[in-house]
Design a protein around this ligand. Sequence first.
Ligand code: PPS
Length: 302
Amino acid sequence: MENLSLKQTVPRAEVGEVEGILFTKPICSMWNQVWKFKARPDDLLIATYAKAGTTWTQEIVDMIQQNGDVEKCRHATTYRRHPFLEWSMQEYSAVSYSGLELAEAMPSPRTIKTHLPVQLVPPCFWEQNCKIIYMARNAKDNLVSSYHFHRMNKALPDPGTWEEFMEKFMTGKVLWGSWYDHVKGWWKAKDKHRILYLFYEDMKENPKQEIQKILKFLEKDMKSEVLNCLLHNTSFEMMKENPMANYTTEFQGIMDHSVSPFMRKGVVGDWKNYFTVAQNKKFNGDYKKKMADTSLVFHMEL
Ligand code: PPS
């Protein structure tokens, strides 16, 4: 397959809306097809709010599915191994492989990535009773990570200043919509569907324990030495150096890792380096209101 890179300088993505949720224009144009996506019963969906630890979860899942075979996991980039359901760059790249195209061409069993809020997940996933792993990350670190990703990724709109981006995040005027609605929506859905709801902070604190939850959910067993190998290969340090997982192999001209690397810091609590005391106060007040109607609790530090 050809490389997903651009030959010329790319303009920043424009945005549109689907059901009141902000998406890039190419996603909006493809929306009808995304909504009609034909899920298969053995599809596994990895769902996250963008920058919550998707790639990490994907690597862990792939390592499990490949029974810890590192070479097999390195046969292709994350983007190729796990189609990104709603993603499309048709207006940006002469060669565009949308998530839909990659997914449709893929033999079963497929693992598919999405950032969709729960209400926009194509109905077929529910009809087929597909298993879903949802990974959530605390709002402050998620915001910081997203801000840096917008800076380095031209397929996304310009984030503006840190202050401006924080405001957009708080009002939900960001791609894939409100973080608050996203994590709460999926939290509710887990009581009705086959959803394993995980937290980035738990995964950082006790990866072995969290990976065991995934193993159980996927009905897989793993010998202790294979699990240790998985833990090693899915660490931030290893993934940062892995060209099949760190997004340096594709999207050249779109992602500029010299502005901010995709594998940036991989920690809990980096928000403290960005939030001023005043911003933190304002954010906390707003957070309390928006999260008053949920039992969800996040750890902002370890
Ligand atoms: S995307 O573009 O939405 O798919 O991005 P996503 O993969 O969800 O999030 C990227 C952030 O996850 C961090 N990351 C990791 N953290 C810990 N351990 C591992 N192995 C790992 N792999 C990726 C990555 O560094 C981004 O977070 P920040 O805070 O920006 O470093």
